[in-house]
Design a protein around this ligand. Structure first.
Ligand SMILES: *Cc1c(COP(=O)(O)O)cnc(C)c1O
Length: 393
């Protein structure tokens, strides 16, 4: 059986082992440099692309193993790992765009990406137009032929789990199309299959999956990723071999973790929906999600992220997240522990009321990264925290 004939969960268990010799687990190549056999070989590695045994900012066998695994899972020709998701995103934006270029990006984005596009791009003469990505045709309508170099999407998007139609995005001709697929992982959707040019992950999240690695990755055609490589070597946001090792380790269990997290999120979403102090619950697996049909079409699983709005505003949000006893207040996602964030008071605290509204964040919005605990314990925990909110009235 070739790798392509295997199910993705099986591939995730086998991929990224090329440099392992007979070791089953990834080997940690904790070296910054490699002995070069000849001058000619040294020149080839210094000037070529993807040298794995020259100098670790250029490449490293542990990191290459992780990159190969992601490329295989995304159906990409190649991949490049970075020191973080933002390392990957800034390399794509600043490595592929130049002064005078134009980017179309969706308004509902991870806060770091949004800040990069809003504050760094203008300093380099790169214009950005933000669109509501849930509106059909919004990306294509904002493209300026001959000037737009990049269309940047995130799906599911932080924090309301809005979706972008991957087929529609992949059909845009002209600019390069990019998807931040962090919330989905390669086992839930494969944007490149729809004609999207590059897929990005913050592997810090579900891919590494244990809150112990800060890691990013970009996958796509060899032509594009190799073009990025020369920028990445100078940018210096290369992945640490230790984090890449944990990335490959995390991939081995990604399939089962996603199933459990999706199932747990479903239990919580059903429990929360219809509760008197909750205005809306967003989870791609709920029929009430405005893009439920699209989720069914392009996502293999709804995933472990869910977002809901408490009536009662900021104070209700604060009391809820501080009353939880099993779920913990921390900003990350995709790990074993259930984590909650209250965007209005934390990640998005710098936004004006209008910007918050445009980003789909209400004062009582709570985002949950559902973990691997027993669903019954999570439901009980949320129940007692909701009781604390109700007693505010
Ligand atoms: C966390 C995250 C990022 C940034 O990744 P880091 O590894 O923290 O730099 C980018 N996009 C999304 C959707 C994320 O969740």
């Amino acid at each position: 059986m070739t790798s392509d004939e295997l199910h993705p969960e099986t591939r995730a268990i086998r991929a990224g082992r090329a440099d392992n010799d007979t070791a089953l687990a990834p080997i940690l190549w904790a070296t910054t440099t490699f002995v070069t056999p000849t001058v000619e070989e040294g020149r080839r590695m210094a000037t070529g692309v993807g040298a794995a045994r020259f100098y670790s900012r250029y490449g490293n066998p542990t990191v290459n193993g992780f990159e190969d695994a992601i490329a295989q899972l995304e159906g990409a020709e190649t991949a490049r790992a970075f020191a973080s998701g933002m390392g990957a995103i800034s390399a794509v934006v600043l490595g592929l765009c130049s002064k005078g270029d134009h980017i179309v990006a969706q308004r509902q984005l991870y806060a770091g990406t949004q800040l990069l596009l809003q504050t760094v791009c203008p300093r380099f003469g790169i214009d950005v137009t933000f669109v509501d990505a849930t509106e059909p045709g919004a990306f294509a309508a904002a493209v300026i032929p001959g000037r737009t170099t990049l269309v940047f999407a995130e799906t599911p998007a932080n924090p309301r789990l809005d979706l972008v139609d991957l087929a529609e995005l992949g059909a845009i001709a002209g600019p390069m199309t990019v998807v931040d697929s962090t919330f989905a992982t390669p086992l839930v959707q494969r944007p490149l299959d729809y004609g999207v040019d590059l897929v990005i992950h913050s592997a810090t999240k579900a891919i590494a999956g244990h809150n112990d690695a800060t890691l990013g990755v970009v996958a796509g055609s060899a032509e594009l990723v190799n073009w990025l490589y020369s920028f990445a070597v100078l940018q210096g946001a290369n992945a640490s071999p230790f984090d890449a090792m944990n990335g490959t380790r995390g991939l081995r269990t990604l399939g089962v973790r996603l199933e459990r997290q999706s199932a747990n999120a479903g239990e919580l979403a059903n429990f929360l929906e219809g509760n008197a102090v909750i205005e809306e619950v967003r989870w791609p697996g709920l029929e009430s999600h405005p893009q439920y049909e699209l989720a069914q079409r392009q996502m293999a699983l709804p995933g472990g992220l869910l977002t809901f709005d408490l009536s009662g505003g900021l104070e209700a949000g604060r009391v809820f997240v501080e009353s939880l006893q099993i779920a913990q207040l921390a900003t990350s996602l995709g790990g074993p522990e259930t984590l909650v964030t209250h965007p209005a008071s934390t990640t998005h605290v710098n936004l004006t009321a209008e910007e918050l509204e445009a980003n789909g964040i209400r004062p009582g919005t709570v985002r949950v990264s559902v973990g691997l605990e027993h669903a019954g314990d999570l439901v009980a925990d949320f129940q007692q925290a909701l009781a604390a909110v109700t007693s505010l009235r």
